[in-house]
Structure formats: C-alpha cells, structure tokens
Design a protein around this ligand. Sequence first.
Ligand code: COI
Length: 461
Amino acid sequence: MHNAGLPFSNYVVRARVLHCLSLFTGVPGLKSVCSDDGLGSRNGWGACVAGGRGLSLHMEGLKGRAGHDIKRNAWNEHLTRQPPQNTGFLITANMAAYPPEPVDTIDWRQVGFKIREVAGHVESHWSKATGTWSDPDFVVSPYLRIHGMAPALNYGMQCYEGMKAFRSPDNVINMFRPGMNAERMQHSASFVSMPEVPVDHYLKCCSLAVGMNAAYVPPYETGAALYIRPLLYGSSAQLGLNPPEEYTLVVYCVPTGVYHGTEPANCLILEDFDRAAPEGTGSAKIGGNYAPTLRHSDAARDAGYGITLHLDSKTRSAVDEFSTSAFIGVKKNGDKVKLVASSSKNVIKSVTADSALRIAESFGWETESREIPYDEIKEFDEVIAAGTAAALLPIKSITMKSKNEKITFAAAETEPGPVCAKLLETLRGIQQGKLEDKHGWLYKVEKPVFGRGTGVHRAGP
Ligand code: COI
C-alpha cells in the first residue's frame, strides 16, 4: 500500500451502512480501517465517501453508486479497482493526539515554497437554488472537478486569499488573523460579482482544512508555516455573461517557508505595464491582478531583481504595491521611527502590513497610511515588502530605469535593516505563539469534529 505519510495514521475510519466492500486501502497512511458489516477492507478504491451524517471525505472523481462518473487522476490511478457499492459511510476521525506531530516525510529544514502533497482540501458550494453555503467537505485529493465552461475559467470569476497557520512551542495550531482575510475575500468577491462568504463559514472551512492537515503544520523550531489558500470561484457552466447558478469555495494548505527568502532583495519598478486601472480592480485579490505581472517579474528576476514594484497607473508618480506584497517605507530620526504605508485605493489591504504597523505602534513608533510619492522613496532609511507569503522582506534597492535611478538602502545592503529585523522578530514571535498575543490575532484551530450537528458533514457526492 502506498504510504505518503499522511496524517490519517491516527484516524479510525469506520465504514458503516450496508454493502461496504473494498474501502480505503489505497488512502495513503490509513492504518485502521473497518466496516460495521464485517467485510473489512480489501484492495479497493481507497476512497471514502461519507454519506448521511458523516464527514464527507472522498477521492476526487469518485461518485459511488452505479452510473456515476469515476475518473482517474494522479491520486487514484493506483487505486482503480471496484467502485464502492454505496455512499453511506460514516467516518469518525479519532485523532487521539491532536494536533499530530509533523510528518517525517518532509525535510523541515528545507521547506521552500513549492507544492507538496498533503492530506486534502475543503470544498463548499453555494447554489442559487438554496441561496446557502453547503457544509464543508474534506476531499482527499488536490484535484477539483469543474466544468470547462465555468465562468471561473472563462471570465476570470475568482478571487483568493493567503493566510498562514503556525505550530506554537506548546503544540497548539493557530491561524493568523483569519477574520481579516475573510473580510478581504468579501471585498474581492464583490469586485468579480460573486456572493460574499460569511465570515463564520470562511473560518469553519479554513479551520477544517488546517485541522485535517495538522500533520503538515511545520515543527515550531523551523519557523515555517502552513500556507492556507482559500479560493472562491464561479463554478457552474454557462456561456452568457450573467451570474452563474453555483459558486465554490475551496481551501488548500501547503507547508511553506517564505516566498522571496530572507536576504535583502533588489527591486525594479515596472514601467511598461500597469497593474491596475485607476478605477479598476487593484484592491481585489483576484488572479487578474497577478497573472499579467508574471512575464514582467520573471524578466526582472532574470535581470537580478528579486521583486517588482508598481506605481499608480494614472500618474505613475505614487507608489502602489509590490507584485507580491505591500510597500512600507521606514524613516528614522535618532531613536524615532516612522513607518509609512501606501493608502492607494488600488492596493490590496495587506494583513501583514497592517500587523507591522500595529506592532510598530506598540513600540511607540509613529505610523502613517497615505499616498507615497515616488520622489519620497529616496528619503526612506529602509523599505519593506509585507505579505503573507513574503512575511517582511527587506528591500536593498529600487531601480527606475526611465529615470536612470537606483535608490539604495544602506541599512539593508547585506542583511535586513534593524527596523525590519525587529518587526519581523516580533511578528514571528506572535504568530508562533512565542510572544504574548496582545492584539488577539491568533485563532486556535481545534481538533476537527465531525458528525451530527457539527456542520462539517454532508452527504457524499
Ligand atoms: C500571499 O502573500 O499570500 C500572496 O497571495 C502572494 C502570492 C504571490 C504568493
């Protein structure tokens, strides 16, 4: 049996209801499988479809009973045997020790920033017919089933979020400020004509995704995190440019380090491309604000610039944001420190930048959110890129080719400047549960509980 070291080894999976044949033997890491009808497990589908009252934990493409689509994918290609005879399984997750220890299949000293196989993802659907969000399903697959004519794929009807969960020294798993991300997703959804995900539903889906992937939350000592990627999209098929019948919220998790690394980065201002129109979608976290920057940031990287910056597209004279993160300028005057963040209406409201500013205030430093003219950049002692994936990245220089200017920040020439270093140490300390969470930013991820009345169960597909 394939065993990728998934966290199900601590689970008791109980297959109930009648005719349970060949269940679960292919689900990586599942140790204990039994069926109430005594048939036990054999070489089977390695899939579990919870029906009735159980958590929905299922392989992508598996539809259970006769006549339903059974699709192969990377996960189930080693599992293709007989389909299960019904979908009425009850699953109880018995995580005796929660949270489980981190898996030992990842070299936690080199987590990096890449896709890794984890336990699965969460899905929830909104339908026009019911006007409500379905209870979240946990899906043991990284794949989505989506009609090719979905407006997400054709008309860019999607928005996403980025958050992180950390393991504390006393082995508690916390998400960092997820409520702020929930609100930001509501803001983004409105820009691409999608319904809001209620904050409590967003939190429930994210908690389930993190709780079920708890074995992928990196060890505390590594400083790495479980990156959380909620994604909302128009999912039903249609040709016309009108609201779809269905929207889907999914939540993915992947263990990561920091995106740009920790060394000070050279930055290039992108001048032959506008990220956001003056009255456009710049403040929404939608794919359309990211994909178009790729070819430019890729070319910049080849030329030695680790990060790219956008000025406002109307006047090209004020700072908007980096392609991956928010802009913070730092001014020092003796012991006095001031942080300046861009208040442009075309930047994404950064949870990390906001946290840095609040931390700065707790040190007694001054903070401002306002327009930042390009000409002011040279007055900064340090510049920091702030984002969930990036954390706080020190900027070494900013180049604007049309002006033949390269502004350098001496404080960050070889290592993070002192302000960046102090902010990052405190931010990390709070995120990791090492420092007191005075702001109430940590959201504890409890052990997933499934079953009647818990709201994390739903009939299988
Ligand atoms: C994040 O920081 O979470 C983002 O979404 C940026 C992305 C380019 C990784």
